[in-house]
Design a binder for this molecule. Structure first.
Ligand code: SAH
Length: 356
């Protein structure tokens, strides 16, 4: 590595992170340098490959030095990595350069590689079953930092991610502008080139964000974390439901699917003896029947200190049957990387605990 450029990406000290910029913004930002268009494209290509300034070897050294003095290249560092012996899933701990750590997961499916990315360093939502809630909130991630997780994984694993789910740490709609900028950036054919239809945004149910997203004309899949069909129980599990009530949430989801023509995925973590009874399944049928949706049952990942246990496989099967008999499309999510604690936030929590 070029030592003169080694520290070019220290934290958030430099105000502009070039990897956050859309192609036209990059061109505008670099216009004072009077560079030919091909140079700007070259820089854009490097940035979307996750390269640091010191690696942009086909740029003149002087230009790289000037850029490094003024800007951050946004290249993220891998702080830890676990590979599943069961299915090859790779869980990454990624260092944002300012003391924050996020988790990202790379999964291999028959149709290709899928990335699960974090949208915030930590989470404010406080869902009782989720490890992210227990490790506190750091800050929002920028568009470049969300995309940067995919770049780091593409490079490290030598793959080309074609699907992305925003189901890592954080609440995407609580970081709305950066998440929308990220989706547009990830879609750029010159960059990560991921089709909108292969992106899923998962939310705990921030109604104003869903309403806003509906107007963006981004054909991404909206996943909504439901976890209970009963308002009071849901609010006990997910404090956000005190503010955004279940009936209103389902109403807006319905409008979303009618306006966009796209079905909503409802995520439902199956917790033994809590939300896995027949009464729950029947109420789901009553609430969701006839709407354009799909229910994804997730065997809950037990998180230390929560006391929640995973529902038995047979119970999940019966639950699914009740949903299907009631006319709902339902699937059971295959657990990926169970041996490496792929549940959101568990690894980060341990890494942060180890620091203190
Ligand atoms: N904040 C967003 C996205 C991040 S969480 C949201 O709430 O949707 C991604 C999904 O994992 C959500 O459905 C969330 O409820 C679920 N989840 C969180 N902790 C879990 C656990 N321990 N077991 C199973 N699913 C969990």
């Amino acid at each position: 590595m070029d030592t003169a450029l080694k520290d070019s990406n220290k934290g958030t000290a430099k105000p502009v992170n070039l990897s956050d910029l859309a192609p036209e913004e990059l061109a505008a930002e670099l216009s004072p340098y009077g560079l030919p268009a091909y140079r700007i494209r070259q820089i854009g290509k490097w940035l979307s490959a996750g390269a640091s300034f010191s690696e942009m070897t086909d740029l003149p050294l002087k230009l790289r030095q000037e850029l490094a003095e003024k800007y951050s290249d946004g290249a993220l560092k891998i702080a830890g990595k676990l590979v599943s012996a069961i299915d090859g899933t790779v869980k990454y701990l990624i260092d944002t350069g300012d003391g924050n750590i996020v988790e990202s997961v790379l999964m291999k499916y028959k149709y290709g590689y899928s990335a699960c990315v974090s949208t915030q360093a930590g989470c404010k939502m406080g869902c009782t079953f989720c490890a992210s809630a227990h490790a506190g909130f750091g800050r929002d991630l920028t568009a470049g930092e969300i995309a940067g997780q995919i770049r780091v994984m593409n490079r490290d694993a030598g793959v080309n991610v074609g699907h992305v789910v925003m189901m890592g740490i954080g609440e995407p709609l609580d970081n709305y502008d950066n998440v929308v900028a990220f989706m547009r950036q990830a879609h750029d054919p010159e960059g990560l080139n991921i089709s909108y239809r292969k992106m899923s945004l998962s939310t705990c149910g921030l109604i104003p964000g869903i309403e806003k997203l509906m107007k963006e004309d981004l054909p991404v899949t909206l996943s909504v974390s439901l976890h209970s069909p009963f308002q009071e129980e849901r609010a006990r599990m997910m404090p956000v439901a005190n503010k955004y009530k279940l009936d209103k949430l389902l109403e807006i989801c319905n409008i979303y699917s009618l306006e966009t023509g796209r079905r909503i995925t409802y995520e439902y973590a199956m917790i033994s003896g809590t939300n896995d009874t027949e009464a729950h399944a029947k109420e789901l049928v009553r609430l969701l029947g006839g709407t354009l949706c799909h229910v994804n049952l997730i065997p809950v990942n037990p998180v230390d200190g929560t006391g929640y246990r995973r529902a038995a496989r047979e119970r999940i099967g019966e639950f699914r049957e009740t949903l299907e008999k009631g006319g709902l499309a339902a699937t059971v999510r295959r657990a990926m990387g169970r041996d490496i604690e792929a549940a959101c936030g568990q690894l980060r929590r341990k890494a942060l605990e180890a620091k203190t």
